[in-house]
Ligand binder design. Sequence first.
Ligand SMILES: *Cc1c(COP(=O)(O)O)cnc(C)c1O
Length: 388
Amino acid sequence: MAQISVPFLDLKQINAPYQAALKQACADVVDSGWYIRGSFDERFERAFADYCGVAHGVGVGNGLDALTLMLRAEIELGRLRKGDEILVPSNTYIATVLAVSAVGLVPVLVEPDEKSYNMDTARLNSACSSKTRGILVVHLYGRLADMNAICQFAKSRNLLVFEDCAQAHGAELECDSACGKQRMRAGSFGDAAAYSFYPTKNLGALGDAGMVLTNDAELADVVRALANYGSRKKYVNDYKGVNSRLDEMQAALLLQKLPHLDSVNERRRQIAARYVNEIHNPLITLPEIPVNPKEHVWHVFTIRLQSESARDAFVKYLENRGIGTLIFYPIPPHLQKAYAGEVGTLPAAGELPIAESMAKTVISIPMNQVLTDEQVTQVVEALNEFSC
Ligand SMILES: *Cc1c(COP(=O)(O)O)cnc(C)c1O
């Protein structure tokens, strides 16, 4: 077969199937004469909260702000206090950790389970101190964390549960009775959840956008005020808020894309199944498909090599074959310069060996709904032919 190139992600192609609807949505916003927090925002908040099975959605400027404002609202409501400890996965994107430290809470990093890449629930107990007040779960790479275990643990310790859903749009759990419901989607498990609609996410805007979801009307009200200069009524400021509102253009575009999210995720699951079934190379560790495949929406397909040098060779090898790769993430949060020198906050180098080893060995291969079967075959063949 002739070699075809497989870019890691091509956003123009991702949005091409909706081109006409997106252009019409833009025109509708232009014609409306109302550009921030209007009827498109309201409709998208309703539609996305309904989709996730949550009572309230508050559109904000981006995913980091969604995380930050959700936590800050809990502080404003007196349910969290500065200095409280929040458990966070050690191998997450730095946004999760930044949100916690930005509002004066203390991130306590918990190592992941090496099979699921999600927070290892067996480590929750020893990570807790007398100051622990909450868990901020991340459904990393698109796979739901073990929410039954996490919710149960949180309940036993009276901890708040927050979800960073930036990679898990639409991931769903068939629930046991502990959750009281049959099917639950990412964002509906805890006290509040944060979503990002950054363009590369499974549901991506054409710019920045985010949302806080919660069943708590009071919390939603405070988030909405905080995101609007701390104001509920024009020129009356109840908090020292920020400006982080969802704009009408992004809301209108997201409204067009939301109805396609389930089929986008289904196509990603098909591709993941092919990768898992067809890639056979002892040098490559593949991710696991959950027993209930709907728990994973495959935001990225992340594999592991045996060493950093093997990964370097692998990246070059695929580059030569026209196949894109990306590392999620090459430097774990506790080793970032941003947190250097803050003694007593994040662990030092060497103290989180799993996150550190993952950062050296993980690599993500092309995974998105516009990959053709031929492109998937190309990737499979390349991986099967890789040797060190
Ligand atoms: C993308 C992402 C964010 C941040 O979202 P932005 O919209 O870029 O601010 C937060 N957490 C995780 C896990 C993400 O992948």
